[in-house]
Ligand binder design. Structure first.
Ligand code: HEC
Length: 271
């Protein structure tokens, strides 16, 4: 099977078996390099693609359009007196901390060389490799000897006007001339093993998708507690249509569609 097909099929499986892992095929031969074994680089690339789609959707369709409806997004969104939703970077951090609580040993960070938050500044090897990413936008892979973790870094682009305007205008910004399409940072992903079985790969992708749902649900819970601000109606509709927010299920469904869910289904049927 071609690697690309294999990737598509895996991606669809990750959604098909989302939440309940029932029905995931057993590994063919435990421990051996069977057809179902993926390199850590392949798997991290796959999850980073899911992340790109999720991140852009959240930034454009929720934060960008939501702001136009008067919805607020803030660093301190979790504070009781702040009635706002998570910024995109904090949405990603929410996903990361949900994954950390899961049994999947996957690490996820967002860094930059000109960060808003000094804690997000790349150091050491990652800072070095980020220079390469800025040049060609290609992913970088290395083994972090100190942490004993396989590490992959993927470009994080200013993919929406909201990225640029918010970073340029932020009081703590270290750079105020970001433009659309700029390399604003990179996501760093870490995993302890150099290859993953079919099951482990599915579990990793599920853990990412569950993380997305967790943080999105936390946002909706915050809204539920709003006292001063008007609450958007939560259902099928998106902020582009008015004072609405999609349910977690509708949100995840769009992620699936954007990551070529239909194509994957076709490929699956041909299997
Ligand atoms: C409404 C404001 C806002 C928007 C929109 C926004 N960001 Fe950020 N971003 C922030 C803030 C604030 C932080 C720091 C969060 C923290 O405390 O870690 C941050 C963090 C980051 C970081 C980590 C390095 C740093 O600056 O601390 C990157 C990279 C980043 N954002 C890129 C993007 C991209 C790409 C987009 C669009 C897809 C985007 N941001 C959209 C406000 C925003």
């Amino acid at each position: 099977m071609k690697t690309t097909n294999k990737l598509y099929i895996l991606a669809i499986l990750s959604f098909t078996f989302f939440i309940s892992c029932d029905g995931v095929p057993e590994e063919k031969s435990k421990g051996s390099a069977s057809e179902n074994t993926f390199s850590v680089a392949e798997v991290l690339e796959m999850v980073s693609k899911e992340n790109d789609v999720t991140r852009t959707l959240y930034t454009k369709a929720i934060v960008g359009k939501g702001k136009a409806q008067g919805m607020k997004f803030d660093e301190d969104w979790r504070k009781d007196d702040v009635e706002a939703g998570p910024l995109p970077a904090l949405f990603l951090r929410g996903v990361a901390s949900s994954i950390r609580k899961s049994p999947v040993p996957l690490g996820l960070y967002l860094g930059s060389d000109f960060p808003v938050n000094a804690a997000n500044k790349f150091q050491g090897k990652q800072a070095e490799l980020f220079e390469e990413i800025k040049k060609d936008k290609k992913p970088q892979f290395f083994y972090d000897e100190e942490q004993k973790l396989h590490t992959a870094m993927f470009v994080d682009l200013a993919s929406a006007g909201a990225c640029v305007s918010c970073h340029n205008e932020h009081p703590q910004t270290t750079k105020s001339d970001w433009k659309l399409g700029d390399v604003m940072g990179a996501t760093t992903w870490q995993y302890p093993k150099d290859s993953l079985s079919f099951k482990e790969t599915v579990a990793l992708l599920n853990s990412y998708a569950e993380g997305t749902l967790d943080i999105y649900k936390e946002y909706l819970d915050e809204i539920d507690d709003f006292k001063e601000s008007g609450k958007p109606q939560i259902g099928e509709k998106w902020p582009a249509e008015g004072n609405y927010l999609p349910t977690p299920e509708v949100f995840l469904d769009s992620v699936k569609k954007l990551s070529s869910y239909t194509t994957m289904k076709v490929l699956m049927a041909k299997k």
